[in-house]
Design a protein around this ligand. Sequence first.
Ligand SMILES: *[C@@H]1O[C@H](CO)[C@@H](O)[C@H](O)[C@H]1NC(C)=O
Ligand SMILES: *[C@@H]1O[C@H](CO)[C@@H](O)[C@H](O)[C@H]1NC(C)=O
Ligand SMILES: *[C@@H]1O[C@H](CO)[C@@H](O)[C@H](O)[C@H]1NC(C)=O
Ligand SMILES: *[C@@H]1O[C@H](CO)[C@@H](O)[C@H](O)[C@H]1NC(C)=O
Length: 497
Amino acid sequence: MHLLPHPPPLCFRQQKIFFCSLFFSLLYVFCALTAEGENNFEGIESKFSLRTPADPDEDVCYLVPGQVNSLAQCNFNHTSKTFVVIHGWTVTGMYESWVPKLVDALYKREPDSNVIVVDWLVRAQQHYPVSAAYTRLVGKDVATFIDWLEEEFNYPLNNLHLLGYSLGAHAAGIAGNLTKKKVNRITGLDPAGPTFEYADELTRLSPDDAQFVDVLHTYTRGSPDRSIGIQKPVGHIDIYPNGGGFQPGCNLGEALRLIAEKGFGDVDQLVKCSHERSIHLFIDSLLNEEKPSMAYRCNTKEAFEKGLCLSCRKNRCNNLGYKVNRVRTKRNTKMYLKTRAQMPYKVFHYQVKIHFFGKTNMTKTDQPFLISLYGTLDESENIAFTLPEVSSNKTFSFLIYTEVDIGDLLMLKLQWEKDTFFSWSDWWTPFTFDIQRIRVKSGETQKKVVFCSRDGTSRLGKGEEAAIFVKCSEQPINRKRGGTKKASKENSAHESA
Ligand SMILES: *[C@@H]1O[C@H](CO)[C@@H](O)[C@H](O)[C@H]1NC(C)=O
Ligand SMILES: *[C@@H]1O[C@H](CO)[C@@H](O)[C@H](O)[C@H]1NC(C)=O
Ligand SMILES: *[C@@H]1O[C@H](CO)[C@@H](O)[C@H](O)[C@H]1NC(C)=O
Ligand SMILES: *[C@@H]1O[C@H](CO)[C@@H](O)[C@H](O)[C@H]1NC(C)=O
Protein backbone atom coordinates (compact mmCIF):
# COMPACT_ATOMS: atom_id res chain seq x y z
CA MET A 1 0.00 0.00 0.00
CA HIS A 2 2.78 2.44 0.93
CA LEU A 3 4.35 1.78 -2.45
CA LEU A 4 1.61 3.81 -4.13
CA PRO A 5 3.00 7.33 -4.55
CA HIS A 6 -0.17 9.38 -3.86
CA PRO A 7 -3.06 7.26 -2.65
CA PRO A 8 -6.37 9.02 -3.12
CA PRO A 9 -7.59 9.78 0.42
CA LEU A 10 -10.98 8.09 0.03
CA CYS A 11 -9.52 4.89 -1.34
CA PHE A 12 -6.99 4.86 1.46
CA ARG A 13 -9.69 5.17 4.08
CA GLN A 14 -11.68 2.36 2.48
CA GLN A 15 -8.72 0.07 2.62
CA LYS A 16 -8.25 0.87 6.28
CA ILE A 17 -11.85 -0.04 6.96
CA PHE A 18 -11.37 -3.24 5.00
CA PHE A 19 -8.34 -4.34 6.99
CA CYS A 20 -9.95 -3.25 10.24
CA SER A 21 -13.06 -5.34 9.64
CA LEU A 22 -10.86 -8.19 8.48
CA PHE A 23 -8.92 -8.00 11.74
CA PHE A 24 -12.04 -8.11 13.92
CA SER A 25 -13.58 -10.91 11.88
CA LEU A 26 -10.43 -12.99 12.32
CA LEU A 27 -10.37 -12.13 16.02
CA TYR A 28 -13.96 -13.35 16.29
CA VAL A 29 -13.09 -16.62 14.56
CA PHE A 30 -10.13 -17.07 16.87
CA CYS A 31 -12.25 -16.50 20.00
CA ALA A 32 -14.97 -18.81 18.71
CA LEU A 33 -12.38 -21.49 18.01
CA THR A 34 -10.89 -21.33 21.48
CA ALA A 35 -14.33 -21.53 23.09
CA GLU A 36 -15.21 -24.98 21.72
CA GLY A 37 -17.57 -26.95 23.94
CA GLU A 38 -18.54 -30.62 24.20
CA ASN A 39 -21.64 -31.59 22.23
CA ASN A 40 -23.02 -28.15 22.80
CA PHE A 41 -25.91 -27.93 20.34
CA GLU A 42 -26.36 -24.25 21.26
CA GLY A 43 -23.16 -23.24 19.50
CA ILE A 44 -24.19 -24.68 16.14
CA GLU A 45 -24.70 -21.97 13.57
CA SER A 46 -24.87 -24.12 10.45
CA LYS A 47 -28.33 -25.26 9.39
CA PHE A 48 -29.18 -28.67 8.00
CA SER A 49 -31.89 -28.49 5.37
CA LEU A 50 -33.40 -31.79 4.28
CA ARG A 51 -34.41 -31.10 0.72
CA THR A 52 -37.10 -33.05 -1.10
CA PRO A 53 -37.23 -34.46 -4.62
CA ALA A 54 -40.28 -32.29 -5.31
CA ASP A 55 -38.61 -29.10 -4.13
CA PRO A 56 -34.85 -29.45 -4.67
CA ASP A 57 -34.23 -25.70 -4.51
CA GLU A 58 -36.09 -24.77 -1.35
CA ASP A 59 -35.19 -25.07 2.31
CA VAL A 60 -38.51 -26.42 3.55
CA CYS A 61 -37.51 -28.42 6.61
CA TYR A 62 -34.48 -28.27 8.93
CA LEU A 63 -33.02 -31.13 10.92
CA VAL A 64 -32.07 -29.57 14.25
CA PRO A 65 -29.37 -31.31 16.30
CA GLY A 66 -30.82 -31.99 19.74
CA GLN A 67 -34.43 -31.85 18.53
CA VAL A 68 -35.40 -35.46 18.06
CA ASN A 69 -38.76 -34.61 16.47
CA SER A 70 -37.22 -32.73 13.59
CA LEU A 71 -36.23 -35.98 11.87
CA ALA A 72 -39.78 -37.31 11.77
CA GLN A 73 -41.12 -33.88 10.83
CA CYS A 74 -38.85 -33.73 7.80
CA ASN A 75 -39.49 -37.40 6.85
CA PHE A 76 -35.87 -38.43 7.32
CA ASN A 77 -35.59 -42.03 6.10
CA HIS A 78 -33.50 -43.93 8.68
CA THR A 79 -32.82 -46.91 6.46
CA SER A 80 -31.56 -45.19 3.34
CA LYS A 81 -28.42 -43.34 2.31
CA THR A 82 -27.75 -39.76 3.29
CA PHE A 83 -25.90 -37.19 1.22
CA VAL A 84 -24.63 -34.06 2.93
CA VAL A 85 -23.88 -31.23 0.49
CA ILE A 86 -21.59 -28.45 1.72
CA HIS A 87 -21.29 -25.25 -0.33
CA GLY A 88 -18.27 -22.98 -0.56
CA TRP A 89 -17.44 -19.30 -0.37
CA THR A 90 -20.16 -17.03 -1.77
CA VAL A 91 -19.96 -13.41 -2.86
CA THR A 92 -23.71 -12.89 -2.90
CA GLY A 93 -24.60 -14.62 0.37
CA MET A 94 -27.00 -16.86 -1.51
CA TYR A 95 -26.86 -20.44 -2.66
CA GLU A 96 -25.30 -20.80 -6.08
CA SER A 97 -27.34 -22.28 -8.92
CA TRP A 98 -25.54 -25.62 -8.80
CA VAL A 99 -27.02 -26.52 -5.39
CA PRO A 100 -30.54 -27.49 -6.60
CA LYS A 101 -28.99 -29.18 -9.65
CA LEU A 102 -26.85 -31.44 -7.50
CA VAL A 103 -29.74 -32.14 -5.07
CA ASP A 104 -31.99 -33.02 -7.99
CA ALA A 105 -29.40 -35.32 -9.57
CA LEU A 106 -28.80 -37.12 -6.25
CA TYR A 107 -32.55 -37.75 -5.85
CA LYS A 108 -32.88 -38.90 -9.47
CA ARG A 109 -30.16 -41.47 -8.90
CA GLU A 110 -31.14 -42.44 -5.32
CA PRO A 111 -34.84 -41.63 -4.94
CA ASP A 112 -35.10 -42.95 -1.36
CA SER A 113 -32.06 -41.11 -0.05
CA ASN A 114 -31.90 -38.10 2.26
CA VAL A 115 -30.19 -35.12 0.66
CA ILE A 116 -29.16 -32.55 3.24
CA VAL A 117 -27.81 -29.13 2.31
CA VAL A 118 -25.64 -27.48 4.95
CA ASP A 119 -26.42 -23.77 5.10
CA TRP A 120 -23.38 -21.82 6.32
CA LEU A 121 -24.08 -18.86 4.06
CA VAL A 122 -23.53 -16.22 6.76
CA ARG A 123 -20.02 -17.43 7.47
CA ALA A 124 -19.38 -18.09 3.77
CA GLN A 125 -19.90 -14.49 2.64
CA GLN A 126 -17.07 -12.91 4.63
CA HIS A 127 -13.69 -11.93 3.22
CA TYR A 128 -12.12 -15.07 1.83
CA PRO A 129 -9.53 -15.64 4.61
CA VAL A 130 -12.25 -15.24 7.24
CA SER A 131 -14.58 -17.71 5.52
CA ALA A 132 -11.63 -20.05 5.02
CA ALA A 133 -10.93 -19.99 8.75
CA TYR A 134 -14.64 -20.64 9.45
CA THR A 135 -14.42 -24.05 7.70
CA ARG A 136 -13.14 -25.35 11.02
CA LEU A 137 -16.34 -24.28 12.81
CA VAL A 138 -18.56 -25.50 9.98
CA GLY A 139 -16.79 -28.86 10.05
CA LYS A 140 -17.33 -29.03 13.78
CA ASP A 141 -21.05 -28.25 13.37
CA VAL A 142 -21.39 -30.98 10.76
CA ALA A 143 -19.49 -33.47 12.95
CA THR A 144 -21.76 -32.68 15.91
CA PHE A 145 -24.80 -33.20 13.70
CA ILE A 146 -23.46 -36.53 12.40
CA ASP A 147 -22.53 -37.77 15.88
CA TRP A 148 -26.05 -36.88 17.00
CA LEU A 149 -27.60 -38.91 14.13
CA GLU A 150 -25.36 -41.81 15.03
CA GLU A 151 -25.80 -41.72 18.81
CA GLU A 152 -29.44 -40.72 19.06
CA PHE A 153 -30.84 -42.80 16.20
CA ASN A 154 -28.17 -45.41 15.59
CA TYR A 155 -27.88 -44.12 12.06
CA PRO A 156 -25.07 -46.13 10.39
CA LEU A 157 -22.29 -43.82 9.21
CA ASN A 158 -21.66 -46.36 6.48
CA ASN A 159 -24.66 -44.77 4.77
CA LEU A 160 -23.20 -41.30 4.90
CA HIS A 161 -21.60 -39.51 1.96
CA LEU A 162 -20.38 -35.92 2.33
CA LEU A 163 -19.94 -33.80 -0.79
CA GLY A 164 -18.08 -30.52 -0.40
CA TYR A 165 -17.32 -27.89 -3.01
CA SER A 166 -14.38 -25.49 -2.76
CA LEU A 167 -14.17 -24.39 0.91
CA GLY A 168 -16.97 -26.88 1.60
CA ALA A 169 -14.61 -29.74 0.72
CA HIS A 170 -12.30 -28.76 3.58
CA ALA A 171 -15.28 -28.31 5.93
CA ALA A 172 -16.30 -31.87 4.98
CA GLY A 173 -12.77 -33.09 5.69
CA ILE A 174 -12.70 -31.44 9.10
CA ALA A 175 -16.15 -32.88 9.87
CA GLY A 176 -14.92 -36.34 8.90
CA ASN A 177 -11.91 -35.97 11.14
CA LEU A 178 -14.01 -34.91 14.15
CA THR A 179 -16.83 -37.49 14.05
CA LYS A 180 -16.51 -40.26 16.61
CA LYS A 181 -16.89 -42.94 13.94
CA LYS A 182 -15.63 -42.65 10.39
CA VAL A 183 -18.07 -41.61 7.68
CA ASN A 184 -18.27 -43.75 4.58
CA ARG A 185 -17.21 -41.36 1.87
CA ILE A 186 -16.21 -37.77 1.23
CA THR A 187 -16.17 -36.35 -2.28
CA GLY A 188 -14.10 -33.18 -2.63
CA LEU A 189 -15.24 -31.06 -5.57
CA ASP A 190 -12.30 -28.83 -6.52
CA PRO A 191 -11.28 -28.20 -2.89
CA ALA A 192 -10.18 -24.61 -2.36
CA GLY A 193 -6.49 -23.85 -2.83
CA PRO A 194 -5.72 -20.49 -1.17
CA THR A 195 -4.56 -20.95 2.45
CA PHE A 196 -4.98 -24.76 2.13
CA GLU A 197 -2.26 -25.78 -0.35
CA TYR A 198 0.39 -25.82 2.37
CA ALA A 199 -1.91 -26.43 5.35
CA ASP A 200 -1.47 -29.53 7.52
CA GLU A 201 -3.81 -32.49 7.23
CA LEU A 202 -5.90 -31.52 10.24
CA THR A 203 -7.14 -28.26 8.73
CA ARG A 204 -7.88 -29.51 5.20
CA LEU A 205 -9.38 -32.49 3.41
CA SER A 206 -7.16 -35.58 3.68
CA PRO A 207 -7.50 -39.35 3.12
CA ASP A 208 -7.88 -39.95 6.88
CA ASP A 209 -11.19 -38.10 6.95
CA ALA A 210 -13.40 -40.93 5.65
CA GLN A 211 -13.29 -44.61 4.69
CA PHE A 212 -12.89 -43.36 1.16
CA VAL A 213 -12.04 -39.89 -0.15
CA ASP A 214 -12.30 -39.05 -3.85
CA VAL A 215 -11.42 -35.67 -5.26
CA LEU A 216 -11.94 -33.83 -8.55
CA HIS A 217 -9.44 -31.06 -9.38
CA THR A 218 -10.72 -28.77 -12.15
CA TYR A 219 -9.25 -25.28 -11.70
CA THR A 220 -5.68 -25.54 -10.50
CA ARG A 221 -4.07 -23.09 -12.86
CA GLY A 222 -1.11 -20.91 -11.92
CA SER A 223 1.42 -21.12 -9.15
CA PRO A 224 0.33 -23.11 -6.09
CA ASP A 225 -0.32 -20.04 -3.95
CA ARG A 226 -2.52 -18.46 -6.63
CA SER A 227 -4.51 -21.51 -7.72
CA ILE A 228 -8.27 -21.43 -7.00
CA GLY A 229 -8.39 -25.19 -6.53
CA ILE A 230 -5.85 -27.11 -4.43
CA GLN A 231 -3.17 -28.66 -6.63
CA LYS A 232 -1.80 -31.43 -4.49
CA PRO A 233 -3.67 -34.72 -4.14
CA VAL A 234 -5.69 -34.80 -0.91
CA GLY A 235 -7.77 -38.00 -1.23
CA HIS A 236 -7.38 -41.72 -1.92
CA ILE A 237 -8.11 -40.96 -5.56
CA ASP A 238 -7.48 -37.55 -7.09
CA ILE A 239 -8.75 -37.01 -10.62
CA TYR A 240 -7.46 -34.15 -12.77
CA PRO A 241 -9.85 -33.81 -15.75
CA ASN A 242 -8.10 -32.22 -18.76
CA GLY A 243 -4.96 -31.92 -16.65
CA GLY A 244 -6.82 -30.19 -13.82
CA GLY A 245 -5.72 -26.68 -14.77
CA PHE A 246 -8.58 -25.37 -16.82
CA GLN A 247 -11.68 -26.89 -18.44
CA PRO A 248 -12.84 -26.92 -22.08
CA GLY A 249 -15.66 -24.48 -22.82
CA CYS A 250 -14.44 -22.10 -20.10
CA ASN A 251 -12.23 -19.94 -22.31
CA LEU A 252 -12.77 -16.29 -23.19
CA GLY A 253 -14.39 -17.00 -26.56
CA GLU A 254 -16.96 -19.17 -24.85
CA ALA A 255 -17.47 -16.45 -22.25
CA LEU A 256 -18.19 -13.86 -24.94
CA ARG A 257 -20.63 -16.18 -26.67
CA LEU A 258 -22.49 -16.71 -23.38
CA ILE A 259 -22.59 -13.00 -22.67
CA ALA A 260 -24.02 -12.41 -26.15
CA GLU A 261 -26.68 -15.02 -25.46
CA LYS A 262 -27.52 -14.41 -21.84
CA GLY A 263 -26.24 -10.94 -21.05
CA PHE A 264 -23.86 -9.92 -18.32
CA GLY A 265 -25.90 -11.48 -15.52
CA ASP A 266 -23.90 -14.66 -15.69
CA VAL A 267 -20.41 -13.18 -15.67
CA ASP A 268 -19.94 -14.47 -12.14
CA GLN A 269 -20.76 -17.90 -13.50
CA LEU A 270 -18.09 -17.60 -16.18
CA VAL A 271 -15.35 -16.69 -13.73
CA LYS A 272 -16.10 -19.87 -11.81
CA CYS A 273 -16.65 -22.02 -14.87
CA SER A 274 -13.67 -24.34 -14.42
CA HIS A 275 -14.00 -24.41 -10.62
CA GLU A 276 -17.67 -25.39 -10.80
CA ARG A 277 -17.04 -27.94 -13.54
CA SER A 278 -16.10 -30.37 -10.76
CA ILE A 279 -19.74 -30.35 -9.63
CA HIS A 280 -21.15 -30.78 -13.11
CA LEU A 281 -18.82 -33.70 -13.77
CA PHE A 282 -20.19 -35.34 -10.63
CA ILE A 283 -23.79 -34.57 -11.65
CA ASP A 284 -22.99 -36.11 -15.05
CA SER A 285 -21.88 -39.31 -13.32
CA LEU A 286 -25.21 -39.42 -11.43
CA LEU A 287 -27.47 -38.72 -14.41
CA ASN A 288 -25.67 -40.34 -17.35
CA GLU A 289 -25.00 -43.74 -15.89
CA GLU A 290 -24.71 -45.28 -19.36
CA LYS A 291 -21.94 -42.83 -20.32
CA PRO A 292 -19.39 -43.18 -17.55
CA SER A 293 -16.20 -41.15 -17.90
CA MET A 294 -13.07 -43.19 -17.30
CA ALA A 295 -9.96 -41.78 -15.63
CA TYR A 296 -6.48 -43.31 -15.86
CA ARG A 297 -3.71 -43.41 -13.30
CA CYS A 298 -0.62 -41.55 -14.42
CA ASN A 299 2.39 -40.05 -12.72
CA THR A 300 2.40 -36.91 -14.81
CA LYS A 301 0.14 -34.92 -17.07
CA GLU A 302 2.87 -35.10 -19.74
CA ALA A 303 2.93 -38.91 -19.76
CA PHE A 304 -0.86 -38.91 -20.06
CA GLU A 305 -0.66 -36.58 -23.07
CA LYS A 306 1.64 -39.10 -24.73
CA GLY A 307 -1.04 -41.75 -24.32
CA LEU A 308 1.22 -43.83 -22.09
CA CYS A 309 -1.31 -44.28 -19.25
CA LEU A 310 -4.37 -45.92 -20.79
CA SER A 311 -3.97 -49.16 -18.87
CA CYS A 312 -6.70 -50.69 -16.69
CA ARG A 313 -4.52 -53.37 -15.14
CA LYS A 314 -4.28 -53.44 -11.35
CA ASN A 315 -6.92 -50.74 -10.84
CA ARG A 316 -5.06 -48.28 -13.03
CA CYS A 317 -8.33 -47.00 -14.48
CA ASN A 318 -11.47 -45.98 -12.64
CA ASN A 319 -14.89 -44.39 -13.09
CA LEU A 320 -15.11 -40.69 -12.41
CA GLY A 321 -17.77 -39.64 -9.89
CA TYR A 322 -20.53 -41.52 -8.15
CA LYS A 323 -19.61 -45.04 -9.27
CA VAL A 324 -15.89 -44.78 -8.53
CA ASN A 325 -14.28 -48.06 -7.50
CA ARG A 326 -12.94 -47.71 -4.01
CA VAL A 327 -9.26 -48.25 -4.46
CA ARG A 328 -7.32 -47.37 -1.39
CA THR A 329 -3.64 -47.15 -2.03
CA LYS A 330 -1.06 -45.97 0.43
CA ARG A 331 0.14 -43.07 -1.59
CA ASN A 332 -2.24 -40.68 -3.32
CA THR A 333 -3.33 -41.76 -6.75
CA LYS A 334 -3.39 -39.12 -9.45
CA MET A 335 -5.65 -39.88 -12.39
CA TYR A 336 -6.30 -38.09 -15.66
CA LEU A 337 -8.86 -37.97 -18.45
CA LYS A 338 -10.09 -35.72 -21.22
CA THR A 339 -13.69 -34.52 -21.38
CA ARG A 340 -16.10 -32.74 -23.67
CA ALA A 341 -17.04 -29.12 -23.02
CA GLN A 342 -20.65 -30.02 -22.13
CA MET A 343 -22.59 -32.76 -20.45
CA PRO A 344 -22.38 -35.69 -21.10
CA TYR A 345 -18.66 -35.16 -20.68
CA LYS A 346 -17.48 -38.61 -21.74
CA VAL A 347 -14.87 -39.04 -24.48
CA PHE A 348 -13.07 -42.09 -25.87
CA HIS A 349 -9.29 -42.14 -25.41
CA TYR A 350 -6.76 -43.74 -27.75
CA GLN A 351 -3.02 -44.18 -27.67
CA VAL A 352 -1.46 -44.02 -31.13
CA LYS A 353 2.06 -45.27 -31.78
CA ILE A 354 3.85 -44.61 -35.06
CA HIS A 355 7.34 -45.45 -36.25
CA PHE A 356 8.56 -42.87 -38.76
CA PHE A 357 11.05 -44.31 -41.25
CA GLY A 358 13.26 -41.77 -42.99
CA LYS A 359 16.17 -42.11 -45.37
CA THR A 360 17.80 -38.93 -44.17
CA ASN A 361 18.23 -37.66 -40.67
CA MET A 362 15.38 -35.30 -40.07
CA THR A 363 13.84 -33.80 -36.94
CA LYS A 364 10.95 -31.40 -36.92
CA THR A 365 9.16 -29.88 -33.96
CA ASP A 366 5.51 -28.96 -33.30
CA GLN A 367 4.09 -30.69 -36.34
CA PRO A 368 0.33 -30.58 -37.02
CA PHE A 369 -1.43 -33.79 -38.02
CA LEU A 370 -4.98 -34.93 -38.69
CA ILE A 371 -6.12 -38.43 -37.94
CA SER A 372 -9.43 -40.05 -38.90
CA LEU A 373 -10.77 -43.20 -37.28
CA TYR A 374 -13.35 -45.50 -38.86
CA GLY A 375 -15.04 -48.28 -36.92
CA THR A 376 -17.93 -50.71 -36.74
CA LEU A 377 -20.30 -48.17 -35.16
CA ASP A 378 -19.24 -44.78 -36.42
CA GLU A 379 -16.34 -42.64 -37.53
CA SER A 380 -14.48 -39.59 -36.32
CA GLU A 381 -12.69 -37.60 -38.99
CA ASN A 382 -9.87 -35.08 -38.86
CA ILE A 383 -8.99 -35.21 -35.19
CA ALA A 384 -6.25 -32.58 -34.96
CA PHE A 385 -3.15 -33.09 -32.86
CA THR A 386 0.35 -31.69 -32.68
CA LEU A 387 3.45 -33.79 -32.21
CA PRO A 388 6.09 -31.92 -30.22
CA GLU A 389 8.74 -33.77 -32.23
CA VAL A 390 9.01 -36.12 -35.22
CA SER A 391 12.32 -37.63 -36.34
CA SER A 392 13.54 -40.31 -38.68
CA ASN A 393 13.60 -43.88 -37.49
CA LYS A 394 11.98 -43.18 -34.14
CA THR A 395 8.69 -44.30 -32.61
CA PHE A 396 6.34 -41.69 -31.20
CA SER A 397 3.36 -42.22 -28.92
CA PHE A 398 0.54 -39.75 -28.36
CA LEU A 399 -3.01 -39.42 -27.08
CA ILE A 400 -6.05 -38.64 -29.18
CA TYR A 401 -9.68 -38.60 -28.10
CA THR A 402 -13.11 -38.27 -29.63
CA GLU A 403 -16.69 -37.83 -28.47
CA VAL A 404 -17.89 -40.47 -30.88
CA ASP A 405 -18.27 -44.13 -29.97
CA ILE A 406 -16.56 -45.61 -33.01
CA GLY A 407 -16.92 -49.23 -31.96
CA ASP A 408 -14.18 -51.61 -33.07
CA LEU A 409 -11.62 -49.87 -35.22
CA LEU A 410 -11.35 -50.86 -38.90
CA MET A 411 -9.49 -48.14 -40.76
CA LEU A 412 -7.34 -45.09 -40.10
CA LYS A 413 -6.24 -42.10 -42.16
CA LEU A 414 -3.27 -39.94 -41.31
CA GLN A 415 -2.46 -36.56 -42.78
CA TRP A 416 0.57 -34.34 -42.13
CA GLU A 417 -0.56 -30.76 -42.41
CA LYS A 418 1.30 -27.76 -43.77
CA ASP A 419 2.36 -25.19 -41.22
CA THR A 420 -0.22 -22.46 -40.82
CA PHE A 421 2.40 -19.86 -41.73
CA PHE A 422 4.32 -19.90 -45.02
CA SER A 423 7.65 -21.56 -44.58
CA TRP A 424 10.43 -21.52 -47.21
CA SER A 425 11.86 -24.77 -45.95
CA ASP A 426 8.50 -26.49 -46.67
CA TRP A 427 8.78 -25.12 -50.17
CA TRP A 428 12.12 -26.55 -51.26
CA THR A 429 12.64 -29.61 -49.09
CA PRO A 430 10.08 -32.34 -49.56
CA PHE A 431 9.48 -33.67 -46.06
CA THR A 432 8.39 -37.27 -46.15
CA PHE A 433 8.40 -40.25 -43.83
CA ASP A 434 7.54 -43.84 -44.60
CA ILE A 435 5.10 -45.61 -42.32
CA GLN A 436 4.41 -49.33 -42.28
CA ARG A 437 2.25 -49.78 -39.18
CA ILE A 438 0.28 -47.73 -36.75
CA ARG A 439 -0.61 -49.18 -33.36
CA VAL A 440 -3.73 -47.99 -31.60
CA LYS A 441 -4.89 -48.86 -28.10
CA SER A 442 -8.33 -47.92 -26.82
CA GLY A 443 -8.55 -46.83 -23.18
CA GLU A 444 -12.26 -47.55 -22.89
CA THR A 445 -12.21 -51.06 -24.38
CA GLN A 446 -8.55 -51.86 -23.63
CA LYS A 447 -8.39 -53.36 -27.15
CA LYS A 448 -5.26 -53.02 -29.27
CA VAL A 449 -5.34 -52.82 -33.03
CA VAL A 450 -2.44 -52.80 -35.48
CA PHE A 451 -3.01 -50.96 -38.74
CA CYS A 452 -0.95 -51.74 -41.83
CA SER A 453 -0.30 -49.80 -44.94
CA ARG A 454 -2.18 -51.46 -47.81
CA ASP A 455 0.99 -51.37 -49.93
CA GLY A 456 3.38 -52.47 -47.21
CA THR A 457 4.67 -48.94 -46.79
CA SER A 458 2.88 -45.63 -47.09
CA ARG A 459 4.57 -42.35 -47.80
CA LEU A 460 3.48 -39.50 -45.56
CA GLY A 461 4.36 -36.11 -47.02
CA LYS A 462 3.92 -32.79 -45.34
CA GLY A 463 1.03 -30.96 -46.94
CA GLU A 464 0.12 -33.98 -49.07
CA GLU A 465 -2.82 -36.38 -49.17
CA ALA A 466 -3.77 -38.55 -46.25
CA ALA A 467 -2.16 -41.99 -45.98
CA ILE A 468 -4.61 -44.85 -45.46
CA PHE A 469 -4.12 -47.76 -43.11
CA VAL A 470 -6.35 -50.78 -42.60
CA LYS A 471 -6.55 -53.27 -39.81
CA CYS A 472 -3.74 -55.77 -40.50
CA SER A 473 -4.88 -59.27 -41.33
CA GLU A 474 -4.66 -61.27 -38.14
CA GLN A 475 -1.11 -61.02 -36.85
CA PRO A 476 -0.72 -64.52 -35.37
CA ILE A 477 -1.87 -66.16 -38.62
CA ASN A 478 0.58 -64.02 -40.53
CA ARG A 479 3.38 -65.19 -38.34
CA LYS A 480 2.41 -68.86 -38.63
CA ARG A 481 2.37 -68.58 -42.39
CA GLY A 482 5.97 -67.57 -42.31
CA GLY A 483 5.97 -63.89 -41.41
CA THR A 484 9.67 -63.14 -41.37
CA LYS A 485 11.63 -63.23 -38.16
CA LYS A 486 12.55 -59.63 -38.77
CA ALA A 487 8.89 -58.58 -38.76
CA SER A 488 8.07 -60.28 -35.48
CA LYS A 489 11.21 -58.91 -33.89
CA GLU A 490 10.19 -55.47 -34.93
CA ASN A 491 6.73 -56.09 -33.48
CA SER A 492 8.09 -56.91 -30.09
CA ALA A 493 10.39 -53.91 -30.24
CA HIS A 494 7.33 -51.71 -30.77
CA GLU A 495 5.43 -53.46 -28.03
CA SER A 496 8.06 -52.53 -25.51
CA ALA A 497 8.57 -49.00 -26.83
C1 LIG B 1 -36.96 -45.61 3.08
O1 LIG B 1 -35.98 -46.10 2.19
C2 LIG B 1 -36.12 -47.46 1.85
C3 LIG B 1 -34.95 -47.84 0.99
O2 LIG B 1 -33.75 -47.48 1.59
C4 LIG B 1 -37.45 -47.69 1.17
O3 LIG B 1 -37.61 -49.07 0.88
C5 LIG B 1 -38.57 -47.19 2.04
O4 LIG B 1 -39.79 -47.26 1.30
C6 LIG B 1 -38.32 -45.75 2.46
N1 LIG B 1 -39.34 -45.35 3.44
C7 LIG B 1 -40.14 -44.33 3.25
C8 LIG B 1 -41.10 -44.05 4.35
O5 LIG B 1 -40.09 -43.63 2.24
C1 LIG C 1 -7.70 -36.82 12.05
O1 LIG C 1 -6.60 -36.45 11.23
C2 LIG C 1 -5.33 -36.78 11.77
C3 LIG C 1 -4.28 -36.23 10.85
O2 LIG C 1 -4.51 -36.57 9.51
C4 LIG C 1 -5.21 -38.29 11.91
O3 LIG C 1 -3.97 -38.62 12.49
C5 LIG C 1 -6.34 -38.78 12.81
O4 LIG C 1 -6.31 -40.18 12.87
C6 LIG C 1 -7.69 -38.32 12.28
N1 LIG C 1 -8.73 -38.71 13.20
C7 LIG C 1 -9.82 -39.34 12.82
C8 LIG C 1 -10.79 -39.68 13.89
O5 LIG C 1 -10.06 -39.60 11.67
C1 LIG D 1 16.46 -45.63 -41.07
O1 LIG D 1 16.34 -47.01 -41.14
C2 LIG D 1 16.38 -47.54 -42.46
C3 LIG D 1 16.21 -49.04 -42.40
O2 LIG D 1 15.50 -49.44 -41.29
C4 LIG D 1 17.67 -47.17 -43.14
O3 LIG D 1 17.66 -47.60 -44.48
C5 LIG D 1 17.85 -45.67 -43.10
O4 LIG D 1 19.12 -45.31 -43.60
C6 LIG D 1 17.72 -45.13 -41.69
N1 LIG D 1 17.78 -43.74 -41.71
C7 LIG D 1 18.68 -43.02 -41.04
C8 LIG D 1 18.57 -41.55 -41.17
O5 LIG D 1 19.53 -43.50 -40.35
C1 LIG E 1 21.92 -40.02 -38.67
O1 LIG E 1 22.42 -39.50 -37.45
C2 LIG E 1 23.04 -40.47 -36.63
C3 LIG E 1 23.48 -39.80 -35.32
O2 LIG E 1 22.99 -38.53 -35.21
C4 LIG E 1 24.21 -41.10 -37.34
O3 LIG E 1 24.78 -42.10 -36.52
C5 LIG E 1 23.73 -41.69 -38.64
O4 LIG E 1 24.81 -42.20 -39.35
C6 LIG E 1 23.00 -40.68 -39.49
N1 LIG E 1 22.45 -41.34 -40.67
C7 LIG E 1 22.49 -40.80 -41.87
C8 LIG E 1 21.89 -41.61 -42.98
O5 LIG E 1 22.95 -39.68 -42.10
